[in-house]
Design a protein around this ligand. Structure first.
Ligand SMILES: Nc1ncnc2c1ncn2[C@@H]1O[C@H](COP(=O)(O)OP(=O)(O)OP(=O)(O)O)[C@@H](O)[C@H]1O
Ligand SMILES: [Mg+2]
Length: 263
């Protein structure tokens, strides 16, 4: 299952991704894919070192862009291979299909059943837009084969841009993290609409929920699509302030994992 964790900036996407990964790794193999180029804390929350940018595997942004520009049917610098099926190339970027066990080890941080990879970060002033990151995310997900026990959790950047780029088409499930704000509630409707267009199943995770506003939030979204309600948790907040590994069990996260398992 490929799950995208989406939502407004600061709604809790990375927090939910990390907690969910830890929960699901109790029974499944989990790959967390960090696609947010301005994300610097996720690896710490998982208790891992920061992985090398996968973009480097393809020669960095410049090398990747060159491969992107080359015609699809021609082999490219030894990396792209015309596919066997109907003369179509398998991919401009991958020589073969990838699986969890075949991921390039120098780009994977790993502990127990959790693996972490990052598409890429912005490192230098003026290095250009993040568009190649979106393309690589899509190509990577398309090229990745999963077994029944494999889960990919994709921590996305804030907002809806990845839908515009078409990245979303490769997800089975979109989890929209909704925090108690007017913007988040409005945006959740947009996610629902765009996810529907992309053919995804869209569920909401209501996050940072205090008891007194829970009812209002449930009324403001399509409650049949609410996968979990996660309370505002002070311990969690403190752990993320320190950049510490999450060692916190939340009932809502256990329920979310159960929900995803069943749906
Ligand atoms: N359930 C929660 N209880 C308390 N604090 C939370 C909860 N969820 C998230 N937070 C806090 O909210 C802040 C934003 O969380 P997080 O970084 O996960 O959001 P994000 O959506 O990934 O942000 P960005 O858009 O910058 O990627 C952090 O300080 C985090 O500790
Ligand atoms: Mg984040």
């Amino acid at each position: 299952m490929k799950i995208a964790v989406c939502g407004k900036g600061g709604s809790g996407k990375s927090t939910i991704s990390a907690l969910l990964a830890k929960q699901m790794a109790k029974t499944k193999n989990v790959l967390v894919l960090d696609t947010d180029e301005s994300n610097y804390g996720l690896h710490g929350q998982l208790g891992l070192a920061a992985p090398r940018d996968l973009m480097e595997y393809f020669g960095g942004k410049q090398g990747f862009k060159q491969k992107q520009r080359a015609p699809k049917t021609a082999p490219l610098g030894g990396l792209a291979v015309p596919g066997a099926l109907g003369g179509q190339p398998k991919s401009r970027f991958f020589e073969e299909r990838w699986s969890f066990s075949g991921l390039p080890p120098e780009f994977v941080e790993e502990k127990g059943k959790i693996r972490l990879m990052a598409i890429g970060k912005i490192h230098e002033f003026g290095e250009g837009c993040a568009c190649p990151m979106g393309v690589l995310t899509r190509e990577f997900l398309e090229n990745l084969d999963l077994t029944e026990n494999d889960i990919v959790i994709v921590d996305t950047e804030a907002g809806v841009e990845h839908f515009g780029r078409g990245v979303a088409k490769d997800f089975d499930t979109i989890l929209v993290v909704v925090d108690p704000s007017f913007e988040s509630l409005k945006l959740s409707k947009k996610f629902d609409e765009l996810g529907g267009q992309a053919g995804n199943r869209v569920f909401f995770v209501l996050n940072k929920v205090e008891e007194d506003i829970k009812g209002e939030l449930l009324e403001a979204v399509d409650s049949s699509k609410v996968a979990a309600v996660i309370p505002a948790d002070r311990e969690l907040f403190r752990a993320s302030l320190k950049g510490a590994e999450f060692d916190i069990e939340l009932e809502g996260i256990a329920k979310l994992a159960e929900f995803l398992d069943k749906n």
